[in-house]
Ligand binder design. Sequence first.
Ligand code: AP5
Ligand code: ZN
Length: 213
Amino acid sequence: KRLILIGPPGSGKGTQSPIIKDEHCLCHLATGDMLRAAVSAKTPLGIKAKEAMDKGELVSDDLVVGIIDEAMKKPSCKKGFILDGFPRTVAQAQKLDEMLERRGVKIDKVLDFAIDDAVLEERISGRWIHPASGRSYHTKFAPPRVPGVDDVTGEPLIQRKDDTAAVLKSRLESFHRQTQPVINYYSKKGIVATLHAEKPLTDVTDEVRKVLS
Ligand code: AP5
Ligand code: ZN
């Protein structure tokens, strides 16, 4: 399967991705995770992306299109993939169409994580992540077994630099202005499934399973 996950910050894309990935043997391509890894490794890509990310703005289309095109070459992505956080602008969606056409493949479903803005601050302010794997936890909704420690590796969890109320405001603004039109772009193709992303985590997983079965 080839899937796209679209939703505002904190809507649950990164939480549901590992579950879908394991159940359908897909690769998980999250542009946010890849960019954060580049920023912490101070690569040329990371240096270019950091300023926009810290402000909660989108990085340039060219940068993310390049990393996705490169990442899709991985053998593990041949069977299918989950795009988490990409495409986020109509220009990115058009570039993706070109990339897929070259490869002779198509997107099967776009999962639209629909949720009210008002609940997102609590979601992101309680989030703790394991940067190496992209796994996320929540102090209230999905606590790790040991506070501050990743369940799988035992390594420390960290909070994201952009998970503040002020930066969330600008991330939401980018979402509504630049990414909402992408949902419309795929609606016209008839492949969007809208989820009730404000429901508890396991309910959202059930909805995802229903859509993909
Ligand atoms: P990115 O990393 O993609 O951030 P985002 O889109 O803002 O999304 P989040 O990761 O915040 O939300 P999520 O939906 O994954 O939430 P999660 O599942 O963790 O991008 C970061 C930045 O990189 C962008 O701002 C931009 O600068 C740049 N960038 C990335 N892609 C780009 C692109 N294509 N073009 C240009 N720039 C790009 O859940 C959140 C919390 O809630 C967790 O703690 C979780 O445990 C909890 N939770 C999840 N589901 C539930 C539930 N159902 N009930 C209760 N709690 C829940
Ligand atoms: Zn995420």
